[in-house]
Each structure stands twice: as structure tokens, then as C-alpha cells.
Design a protein around this ligand. Sequence first.
Ligand SMILES: Cc1cc2nc3c(=O)[nH]c(=O)nc-3n(C[C@H](O)[C@H](O)[C@H](O)COP(=O)(O)O)c2cc1C
Length: 199
Amino acid sequence: MSSTINGRTPEHSVAPLFLERWSPRAFTGEALPEAELMKILEAARWAPSAYNAQPWRFVYALRDTPAWPRLLSLLNQHNQSWAKEAGALLILFSKTTLVPPGADRAVPSACHSFDTGAAWGYLALEATRLGWHAHAMAGFDKARAIEDLAVPEGYMAEAAIALGRQADKSVLPEALQTREVPSGRTPVSGFAFAGKFKD
Ligand SMILES: Cc1cc2nc3c(=O)[nH]c(=O)nc-3n(C[C@H](O)[C@H](O)[C@H](O)COP(=O)(O)O)c2cc1C
């Protein structure tokens, strides 16, 4: 049995990094250096994907750069209220088509979102390993992200991501302070079934 980390006790032994990664909202406002972001994106680069099509695409804005207000404005008001203290913001897109091996033209991909989710997971774990935190968000304007960030046809907006240095929860408004705690999980038996689905 692995020991408790972040108030999280695993059922089975697992690498500590999986318990250390969580999604805080309290950030210090420290800018994420571009070199650090590249290391974090390097982890995303090595995610697996169907036919190795690598459908993930990131548009990023480092804090205090001209692109920052553009990306921040895409988030809904709730997410802006805390993500404004992140060190970098990313919008994650997926390419919805791929060219299968041996084919000469692109076909719709059945796996673009699944694969792009794997890239997000890798990124989040590497950010944690390097002493930063990643917080994914569905609460952003996907249509405007496509328009404002000049995304061509054939890409889907998947998620926004705040990357930053974790701060004490006291920097948050009171309502968010009570939620600023690493969450638990359902037991493995609740989502993995031997032989046949259990509802
Ligand atoms: C695709 C996705 C969308 C999410 N959207 C939001 C969001 O809009 N705002 C927010 O505060 N948290 C958001 N979250 C964070 C989740 O609430 C969080 O990951 C979940 O509660 C599990 O907690 P943990 O990441 O701390 O382990 C999102 C997470 C994911 C993966």
C-alpha cells in the first residue's frame, strides 16, 4: 500500500506523481518561463495516438505577453476569477481527421479527442513533476477560441488549461477556498469490471 499524499490514499501501490497531481485554483501570479513550458509540452508530445497521428494542437500565452489578455478573455467569468493568477494559459485543440498509413487522403478520425486527452494527461503530470500545477477547464468559449486564435477548418476546441505555481488558498475568495482541496476517487471496482459491464 502506498502512503497518503495530498490527503489521497491509493487502494493499490501507485507512483506518487499520480496523487501529487491535482487541479488547484490558487496561483501565485508567477510567470511560467517559456523554457519550462517547452519541457511540459515535451511530455504531451510523447502521448500515444491512433496511427501516431498526434492530433493535439496547443495555442499558448505566457503571462505578461500580448497574447495573455486574448486567451484569458476566452474563459468564462468563474474561471477568469482564479486563472488570472496563472503563469500561462493554453487552449487545446484536436485535429478531427487523419491520413491512415498507406492512404492518400485524410479521413475522419474516431480518436482525436481521446488522443488529445492523453496529451493533456501527460502534460499535467509533467507540470506537477517540475513543481508547477495544471488545471484543465471546459468553461471557455470554444467558438470564439476558434475564431480569435485563427484556427483553420478541421480542428475542435477541447479544453483550456491554466499552468502556474500553486499559492496558499487564502488568495482565493472564500467560496473557492472551501473547494481548494485535492479530491478523492471512486474505488477501482466502481469503474473496472471483470468480463461484463456492471451498472
Ligand atoms: C476536461 C476538464 C474540464 C474541466 N473544467 C473545469 C472548469 O471549467 N473549471 C474548473 O474550475 N475546473 C475544471 N476542471 C477541473 C476538474 O473539476 C478536476 O480535474 C476534477 O474535479 C478532479 O480533481 P483534480 O484534477 O484536482 O484531481 C476540469 C477538468 C477537466 C479534465
